[in-house]
Structure formats: C-alpha cells, structure tokens
Ligand binder design. Structure first.
Ligand code: FE2
Length: 348
C-alpha cells in the first residue's frame, strides 16, 4: 500500500510479511529520492531490494524499532547490498551497527527528520519514530492493542508510561503505523487509540493495565531462540573476531601507502568511472558489491585497506569482506578520496 500526501512529499510504502504478520515500511523523500526502511524482514529481502531499485531510492538507513523475537531482520543484508546505515536505539545494545539513537535524536532524510522517541516496555530497547504526522510504533503500540512485555527485559509499567506519557501526547491526528497486525488493520491514529485501545484506551489505570498484561498467558514466539541471537548480529552471521572496524584517516592511509609493503593491498571501492578519473597510485579497483569475485586473490594479502569517496561505501565493503571470512581489514570510514586530493597526495 502506498500513502502519499502530495506529489513532492514524503511517501510511505507499507509491506506485510504473512508468516510473522510484520509490517515493513519504506520511507521516501520524493524530491531527493533518499529513503529509509523500517523493520525489514529477512525473507522479504528480495521484494524490498526490488522496490528500492525500481523506485531509484538511495537508501540511507535500515532502521529497527527493536530486537525482534518473531522474525530475523534484513538490516545486515540491506546494509551489505545498499550501503544503508543500520539504526537502533542505544538501549538495544546491538554491536556492529552504524547509528545508535537516544530519545529525541533525529535522522535527516532529504527535507525530513525522523525523530526517535524512546518507548521501552515491550523490550527495554524499543524506539518509536516520528516523521511529520506519522509515528512508527514498532510493538509498543499496536492497533487496539500493544506488544507483550514478558521477555527481552520487557516491563508492563514501562510500556504503560511509554504509551500514555509519550505516544498519547502526540497530536490526536498523528497516524499510527504499528510493527504488526494480526487482524487485517493497517494504521490507526492517536485519538482512536486513546479512545479504543483495549489495553490502554479510555485512560486505563496502570494497575488495570498490569493486570491485563499479567494474564495474557501467551506462548513464546516460535522463532525466538533463532531470531533474537540472529538479530543481535543484525541478521547476519558475522564472526566478531574478523570484524575489524577502525576509525582510520586518509593521513594514516598515506603513511601505509608510503611503506609500499607488497603484503598490503589498498582497495578503491568506488565505481570504475570514478577510479579511472583519478585514484591512489597502485590501489586496486574493486567496486562495492564485487568483493566475492576477488576472494581468492584477496586472501594472499596480510592486510587490506579500503577507501571510497567519503567513507560510506568503504564501511560496507569492510562488512562484506568480513562476512566472507577475511581478517585484518581496515577502512577509512569518515573521509575518502576527496580528502586525499585536498591534502595534495599523489594521484594516478
Ligand atoms: Fe517484538
């Protein structure tokens, strides 16, 4: 389903995974074509990537509302394929992500801001996201219901405060997009939920709410033992020992370059056109996404250094190589060839 309020505005696509009843959202600034995905499902990766490609989206973020227990996230694979940054709340405590948000932090998406609202309770690391008049609530607030609070450091009291003191204080007309729905509903509004939410509406008291939550008698999600550990690794199987993710500057790279050590390889992972227009002498062009074609050759080197134009693609390449089992990789993560040129270092 596509929701768009005017031709040049933010466009929202809502996708459904039947197996887990999960909603995934694609947010697109129609002017810049920058986009973000919220709560991608691993089994639906192909569908989501196809939309991203067909709509010409430059995907900046793979945002998670929380560590899911009922499905495996596609965030790690999305990052690998698109270079998008993985976003979680800091409280989720997930390693090897790119952006950790705290309450009130904002992400920029074209002309829009995605505002993080910390809403613990379903899990201790749940985050809702507000964009214009829409709030993506994950499993904190569902349509006429809410997420369970009996695992992953969930706490009914926290969820009650998150909903009544944070989400319910948003403007009445704010559209609520939940993380799941099991009854065929797609969205709601704050005013509707304040009135009709079966667990939290009509100014339900904390005591009544806790009483409801304590008596749900739910069985555990069937994928919990598989999904939670997988999602703590962003949905991919990365051996943390091979994942070298240092902050390394272009000046440090210049010092390495001067050593002319044949055991070291410097990779330029920009496109071939960018590489041909000028690159670091003796660097090898391995455009982002083509790393598997070079695995055998890369294994010969003692240490691999990666740069791109600004530091974004090089981080993705590092993840790709680490997932292929390579060790001793360093990427220039906050600058790139533009900086090398600015510093007046040699160019081929
Ligand atoms: Fe959940």
């Amino acid at each position: 389903m596509t929701i768009s309020t005017s031709p040049k505005t933010i466009s929202i696509k809502q996708f459904f995974d039947r197996d887990s009843c999960t909603y995934t959202y694609l947010l697109i600034d129609t002017e810049s074509h920058q986009g973000a995905i919220i709560d991608g499902v691993k089994e639906q990766l192909k569908r989501d990537l196809q939309y991203i490609e067909e709509l010409g989206i430059e995907l900046l973020y793979a945002i998670e509302t929380h560590v899911h227990a009922d499905h495996i996230s596609s965030a790690g694979l999305i990052r690998q394929k698109t270079g998008a940054k993985i976003v979680y709340s800091q409280a989720a405590g997930i390693k090897s992500i790119d952006i950790e948000l705290n309450d009130g932090d904002e992400l920029t998406l074209g002309r829009y801001h995605i505002k993080a609202i910390s809403t613990p309770g379903h899990t201790s690391g749940c985050m809702s996201y507000l964009v214009n008049n829409m709030v993506f609530t994950g499993d904190t607030l569902l349509i006429r219901g809410c997420g369970r609070t009996d695992f992953q450091q969930g706490r009914s009291e926290d969820l009650y405060h998150s909903v009544t003191e944070k989400l319910f204080t948003l403007p009445d007309e704010t559209i609520v997009y939940p993380g799941h729905d099991y009854n065929g509903n797609t969205s709601s509004t704050i005013v509707e939920e304040k009135q009709w939410n079966a667990r939290l509406g009509k100014q339900k008291s904390l005591v009544d709410f806790i009483n409801i939550m304590d008596n749900l008698n739910l069985t555990l999600p069937k994928k919990i033992n598989e999904a939670v550990p997988a999602n703590e690794a962003c949905g991919i199987n990365v051996n943390p020992n091979t994942y070298v993710h240092e902050d390394f500057s272009m000046t440090s790279l210049y010092q390495i370059w001067q050593q002319k050590n044949p055991e070291y390889l410097i990779i330029d992972n920009r496109t071939q056109e960018e590489y041909l227009a000028g690159h670091i002498p003796h660097s090898q062009n391995i455009p982002l996404g083509t790393e598997p074609d070079h695995l055998v050759a890369l294994k010969r080197f003692e240490h691999i250094y990666i740069y791109c134009h600004s530091g974004r693609r090089s981080q993705t390449a590092l993840t790709n190589l680490a997932m292929m089992g390579l060790e001793n990789i360093t990427c220039v993560s906050h600058s790139g060839f533009a900086q090398w040129q600015a510093l007046g270092y040699p160019i081929e």
